[in-house]
Design a protein around this ligand. Structure first.
Ligand code: SF4
Ligand code: SF4
Length: 408
């Protein structure tokens, strides 16, 4: 029998509170006006075990020595989940059984951390990118010294009140986002610093796959170098970096940053309200907006109803202010957003499923009549773009910063 650790023991009682009511399988009917799936895992794999309540049964089974072997079926149920948090929102809304709103994701992350503790996890491809974070400080097996290759030789200071935390995906895989962001800073006269090679992976891919020891090491490093930069505010391109720095560093590692952490959308929205962001070029584009899970419901879930708009409105305010841009919402928006499919280690471990999930989102985007789907996360942008290519869907994919940079 695998040993029990606190990581799994602490959820034993709570696993009984799941009523198997299935409310977490569809988005809130009363808000959506129709039945729409909201769990990419259960919907795609088509078995009850893949929904949130299946994972709760695993927690019970592991605690009660019913599960004794790391079978492929077990590992698939644990890791074929984007940790999108849609089930948390719907469980909170419907179960009334004592789960605090964020608990389903917390339980699933602890389940993965427990499997790592007993040597059953993470999956080999996830362990491999963990090794890359250890040696290269990014999960993409890219050399650390190429971290600022996107800047094409331009040099930026290491110290400033505003620090741009670029993140691994915008640094190595979606460089147009880093380039657009810096273009905006320059155009608006915002002095900013970059950490260069001293910016390490924020640790999000590690935390989502149970690799907590290494995540703590990179977190400590990042907080130290950010402190040294003298930054009062840290701006992130990536929803995963944002959630990790803002919520996970203090909650999981007791690292309480002495700086404000904001998304690029938050920054642009505040500049708009201060009338420092003005546009000169019309874009003539019909768009829809995709809420990233990590900077969306993962944050809003901690807030009372009336404060949730702080999370969801900034990117929308900026889109609405762009000249010539028409915004039409998809039915599943804000807290009820359908995940892009990339997160939680899914894109590396289950690439076909990741593309299917994104393709579902593209279909929903197309139904709005929009020409483009816009997001505020490089990982969403990447997976949605990959799905456009795979499915030959005639839809453009942008990060908000790309449109803003074009309109300045
Ligand atoms: S909504 Fe909550 S209580 Fe109901 S089945 Fe899902 S996880 Fe269990
Ligand atoms: S986190 Fe998302 S993918 Fe995972 S079980 Fe919940 S709704 Fe499904």
């Amino acid at each position: 029998m695998p040993p029990k650790t606190e990581t799994i023991k602490k959820w034993h009682q709570l696993s009984y509170l799941c009523a198997h009511c299935r409310a977490c399988t569809v988005g809130d009917y009363h808000k959506l006006g129709r039945v729409m799936n909201n769990c990419p895992s259960g919907t795609y794999f088509g078995h009850e075990a893949f929904y949130s309540y299946g994972k709760m049964e695993l927690v019970r089974g592991l605690n009660e020595d019913i599960i004794t072997q790391p079978t492929k079926a077990l590992l698939d149920v644990v890791y074929a989940c984007t940790l999108c948090g849609s089930c948390s929102v719907n469980c909170k809304d419907h179960s009334g059984l004592g789960y605090r709103a964020e608990d389903t994701v917390k339980i699933m992350e602890d389940l993965r951390a427990y499997l790592a503790e007993i040597g059953w996890g993470p999956l080999p491809v996830q362990a491999k990118y963990g090794e890359s974070v250890r040696t290269n400080h990014n999960p993409y097996y890219e050399p650390s010294e190429k971290r600022t290759a996107w800047a094409n030789g331009s040099k930026y200071p290491r110290k400033a009140e505003t620090l741009y935390f670029v993140g691994c995906t915008a640094s190595y895989r979606q460089q147009m986002i880093a380039q657009s962001t810096v273009q905006i800073f320059k155009k608006l006269g915002i002095e900013f610093a970059l950490l260069g090679e001293d910016e390490w992976c924020c640790g999000s891919p590690l935390l989502r796959t149970g690799q907590r020891k290494l995540a703590e090491e990179v977190a400590k490093h990042n907080v130290d170098v950010i402190k040294d930069s003298g930054a009062k505010r840290v701006v992130t391109s990536c929803a995963g970096c944002y959630k990790t720095l803002k919520l996970d560093y203090p909650k999981m590692f007791g690292l309480k940053p002495e700086f404000e952490i904001m998304t690029t959308a938050d920054l642009l929205d505040s500049l708009l309200r201060e009338e420092k962001l003005r546009f000169s070029r019309p874009l003539n584009l019909h768009v829809t907006y995709h809420d990233p899970c990590h900077s969306g419901r993962h944050v809003s879930i901690y807030l009372p109803e009336l404060e949730k708009e702080k999370v969801f409105e900034p990117p929308r305010n900026v889109l609405k202010a762009l000249p010539g841009v028409k915004l039409t919402e998809m039915p599943r928006n804000r807290e009820l957003s359908w995940c892009c499919g990339a997160g939680g280690g899914a894109k590396s471990a289950y690439p076909d499923w990741a593309i299917w999930t994104a393709t579902e989102r593209l279909k929903e985007a197309q139904e709005t009549g929009a020409q483009a789907i816009v997001s505020t996360c490089p990982f969403c942008r990447r997976n949605l773009s990959d799905a456009v290519e795979a499915s030959k869907t005639p839809l453009q994919v942008y990060d908000l910063t790309e449109l803003v940079a074009q309109a300045l």
